[in-house]
Design a protein around this ligand. Structure first.
Ligand code: PAF
Length: 283
């Protein structure tokens, strides 16, 4: 496994592989890798001749400077894990390397990027599109792998790929959960043991709601989840939206779409840590 810090070195290593017709898998990450990332890397290694994993905490997608500052950074441990997973290349640029000049490009895909996370984190998806489009240009992957925990992010990137005409396959991969049900996230590292136990309630409430939804309305199902979580000490729901899985627009009834997903963001604990999760009701 080779670690590159510059786009030039990375591109020099990839160019001959591409010329030989080898397939390239890209797994974009912000590091602090866990079993969720490992599942993406394993899939890329299985499906491609060469796997590139980027590790870069992208400043342009953080709208809260404290969040950016607190984001866990564990490059050495990340590289050890990636080596054990047989990743070929790690790309870990500095901010100056990734953004030699301020990126003034604007990516806008309403309504997909204006609801839920887009409404609460202004500029977040623009920043995601800035870095992901740069990675796509540098790596020119055959396939790119993203976790479904960031459900809306995948929808925005799908829109960006189509808008920018990137010739690649997007590979959404299922959420990986702890045995407790807690969705794996780099942000879990910021939780105390007690907060982690509290955070388990999020996936439990979502799971319970799937059964409940079978004989209750969308509004009742929504209220069940929000009520249960807001009644739990240490948790505060920022939003829970039950939406069409493609347009991300709220649905009023279970008949409104063949593909329905509940997307949630919850603040957990003292700091607090912002956790996201989602569950499929239909489709
Ligand atoms: O999902 C993430 O970790 C990030 O948003 C991504 C896709 C690596 C872009 O920085």
């Amino acid at each position: 496994m080779i670690v590159f810090n510059t786009t030039k070195a990375l591109q020099s290593a990839l160019q001959p592989l591409r010329a030989e017709g080898k397939t390239i898998g890209l797994v974009p990450t912000m590091g602090a890798l866990h079993a969720g990332h490992a599942s993406l890397v394993k899939r890329s290694v299985e499906e491609n001749d060469c796997t590139v994993v980027s590790v870069f905490v992208n400043p342009t997608q953080f709208n809260d400077p404290t969040d950016l500052q607190n984001y866990p950074r564990t490059l050495e441990a990340d590289c050890q894990l990636l080596e054990s997973l047989h990743a070929d290349f790690v790309f870990a640029p500095t901010v100056e390397e990734a953004y030699p000049e301020p990126d003034t490009r604007q990516f806008s895909y309403p309504p997909i990027d204006t609801v839920m996370e887009g409404a609460r984190r202004p500029g977040h998806f623009n920043g995601v599109c800035q870095i992901v489009s740069k990675l796509f240009m540098w790596v020119q992957p055959t396939r790119a792998y993203f976790g479904e925990k960031d459900f809306q992010q995948i929808a925005v990137i799908r829109a960006m790929v189509s808008d920018q005409g990137f010739n690649l396959e997007l590979r959404p991969c299922p959420i990986v959960r702890e045995e407790s049900g807690l969705a794996l996230s780099s942000r879990n590292a910021l939780l105390t043991e007690a907060e982690r136990n509290t955070a388990v309630c999020i996936s439990q409430a979502l799971k319970t709601s799937v059964e409940y939804a079978k004989n209750h309305t969308v509004a009742e199902t929504h209220d069940l989840v929000v009520g249960a979580l807001n009644a739990t000490a240490g948790l505060e729901v920022e939003y829970f939206e039950i939406v069409d899985g493609i347009s991300l627009q709220p649905v009023a009834s279970w008949e409104a779409s063949d593909y329905i997903v509940g997307c949630i963001t919850v603040y957990c604990g003292q700091r607090p840590v912002r956790l996201i999760d989602n569950i499929k009701y239909k489709g």
